[in-house]
Structure formats: structure tokens, C-alpha cells
Design a protein around this ligand. Structure first.
Ligand code: C2E
Ligand code: MG
Ligand code: MG
Ligand code: MG
Length: 281
């Protein structure tokens, strides 16, 4: 009887595996179709200069307008995109769309448009040898100035291979685009890579804001991180600012740039531009 039971369990397990495999293949097919059919959407989140009180830049964040599930956040489809290699197609789409969007905005409203846009680059795209060509081609095609483009690479991606990555980033910077280190402080590793990675902007992960208000220890750690960025000559952006108290702390610590729900949620460009219009203007 024990043997029979074991067999039945095994069959059930195989059926379950099969269902999951079919489901995964179906998801992959649907994502591929989504990219081809134009179901990806560009959302932008303001990055605010807290001294000037102005949106200086925007971060490009992808969404999937899924006909079945509605608007999907990247966390629901990027892991699959990464494991199947579709991520580079998504990143390429976001890069082009970002450049087109900011170029049009700057043309139509030179005073009101942000100065730059920052685009997330996956590990797979960073590794692809044609990235510098892709970037220069995209800038040329869209007419966006290189100074108006930042590329965000996560700390975890940078730390995989510092020696191999540094010259790639240098090559990109020689085209005039700038580099941001994303999710700083989540890599659980040495700071040594900061010495060798050429970058312009440091984005402090939002986990540093947890418990900030009311804890001297949290504040001291954040102060040290902000100071570290400035010492290295980087512009420092705090990510995930959710309330006025956090913003006040950051400003007090000399962190000039902030991004977060308290300032603005990610939104399509039309919504951002409508919100930026002065009332009645
Ligand atoms: P990220 O690059 O660190 O982007 C910041 C994320 O924090 C965004 O999530 C943003 O919506 C969210 N966020 C902003 N302000 C706040 C806040 O005040 N509180 C909280 N709790 N969250 C806030 P989102 O849009 O869901 O994107 C998640 C991640 O997906 C991004 O993290 C990035 O790593 C990745 N991602 C998004 N778009 C792309 C893309 O086009 N290509 C690649 N390779 N990755 C992308
Ligand atoms: Mg980012
Ligand atoms: Mg981040
Ligand atoms: Mg991230």
C-alpha cells in the first residue's frame, strides 16, 4: 500500500510539474507577444531637486498593459523576462521610448521639461557588446542630447564583475551619457567597487529610509552614506521618500535629490505633463 501511495504521489507531482511548465511557457509566449504588439507602457517618476524645488529628472519605469490581467508592475513579469532573455528586448524598447518621449517634451516645453531621463539597464543588456552602439544609435535617431540620458545599473549587477564592467561604463560615458548606481546599499558586499566603477549618480535604496524618523542611529547611517556619495563626487538621490518627515530629514542631511510617492508616483508622460501645468495656464 505504501508503494501504491508513493506512486500516486509521484504521478501527482509530475502532473503538477507539467502544469507549471505549460503555464510558464504560456506566460513567456504572452510576454513575447506583448512586446511585439505594443502592450508595454512607459511610466515616469519625477526626481526632484529639493533645493530648487523642481523636477530635474525622471526615471523610466516599465509597465505591461496586459489585456487579461490589466496594468502590471515590473515585479510581476521582469523575473520571467530575465530568465528567458526577453529582458533585453524590453530594455531596448524602454530606452528608445524614453529618448523619444523626453525629446518631444523638451521640444514642446523647453522650460518645463525635465533635464534628463534615467533608464534601468539589466545585467543582460549591460553584457551585450552592442550596448554602446545601441545607445549612440538611439540618441542619434531620436535627437536627444547625450547629457539628457542616464543609465541606471544596480549595485548587484555592478559587483558581478567590476574589472569587466568598468571599461564598458567608461565607454558609455565617453559618448556623453551618465551612469547611476541603483539600489545602493543592498549589495551586502564591500565598498571597494566604488573606487573602480565610473559613475555620476548614487541612488540610495529606500530601505535606508525605514525607521529614519526618530532614530538617531538610522539617521547617522544615512548621513554617512550621503557623505560617502558626495566625497566620491556623485550626485545623491534618495529613493522611496514616502512622507514629509523623511523628506525633511533628507534635506537636513544635505541629500539634494529625492524620488518617492510623497513627491510623485510613477505616471504616463501625459499625466505628468498635465499635473505640471499651472492651474488655469
Ligand atoms: P528601481 O529601479 O529601484 O525603481 C524604483 C521602484 O520603486 C519603482 O518600482 C517605483 O515605483 C518604486 N517607488 C518609487 N517611489 C516609491 C515610494 O515612495 N515607496 C515605495 N514603496 N516604492 C516606491 P517599480 O516601477 O515597480 O519597479 C521595480 C523595479 O523593476 C525597478 O526598481 C527596477 O529594478 C525594475 N525595472 C523597472 N523598469 C525597468 C526597465 O525598464 N528595465 C529594467 N531592466 N528594470 C526595470
Ligand atoms: Mg532604477
Ligand atoms: Mg532603485
Ligand atoms: Mg531596482
Amino acid at each position: 500500500a505504501a508503494k501504491e501511495q508513493g506512486k500516486a504521489r509521484c504521478v501527482a507531482f509530475q502532473a503538477d510539474m507539467h502544469t507549471r511548465l505549460v503555464d510558464q511557457l504560456d506566460q513567456e509566449r504572452r510576454l513575447r507577444v506583448a512586446i511585439d504588439r505594443g502592450e508595454l507602457r512607459l511610466y515616469l517618476q519625477p526626481i526632484v531637486d529639493t533645493v530648487a524645488g523642481r523636477t530635474e529628472g525622471v526615471e523610466a519605469l516599465v509597465r505591461w498593459q496586459d489585456p487579461q490581467a490589466g496594468l502590471r508592475a515590473p515585479g510581476t513579469f521582469l523575473p520571467l523576462a530575465e530568465s528567458t532573455g526577453l529582458i533585453t528586448d524590453i530594455d531596448r524598447w524602454v530606452l528608445r521610448e524614453s529618448c523619444l518621449t523626453l525629446r518631444a517634451w523638451q521640444d514642446e516645453d523647453p522650460a518645463g521639461a525635465p533635464d534628463w531621463i534615467t533608464v534601468n539597464i539589466s545585467a543582460a543588456l549591460l553584457d551585450s557588446p552592442d550596448l554602446p552602439d545601441l545607445v549612440t544609435r538611439t540618441l542619434r535617431d531620436t535627437g536627444l542630447r547625450p547629457e539628457a540620458l542616464l543609465l541606471e545599473v544596480t549595485e548587484t549587477t555592478l559587483m558581478r564583475d567590476v574589472a569587466g564592467t568598468a571599461p564598458r561604463l567608461e565607454r558609455l560615458r565617453s559618448c556623453g551619457v551618465r551612469i547611476a548606481i541603483d539600489d545602493f546599499g543592498t549589495g551586502y558586499s564591500s565598498l571597494g567597487y566604488l573606487r573602480d566603477i565610473p559613475a555620476d549618480v548614487l541612488k540610495i535604496d529606500r530601505s535606508f529610509l525605514d525607521g529614519l524618523v526618530g532614530s538617531a542611529r538610522h539617521r547617522d547611517l544615512l548621513a554617512a552614506v550621503v557623505q560617502l556619495g558626495h566625497t566620491l563626487g556623485l550626485r545623491v538621490v534618495a529613493e522611496g521618500v514616502e512622507d514629509a518627515a523623511q523628506l525633511a530629514e533628507l534635506v537636513g542631511l544635505g541629500c539634494r535629490y529625492a524620488q518617492g510617492y510623497h513627491l510623485a508616483r510613477p505616471a504616463p508622460v501625459a499625466a505628468l505633463r498635465a499635473a505640471a501645468q499651472p492651474v488655469g495656464g
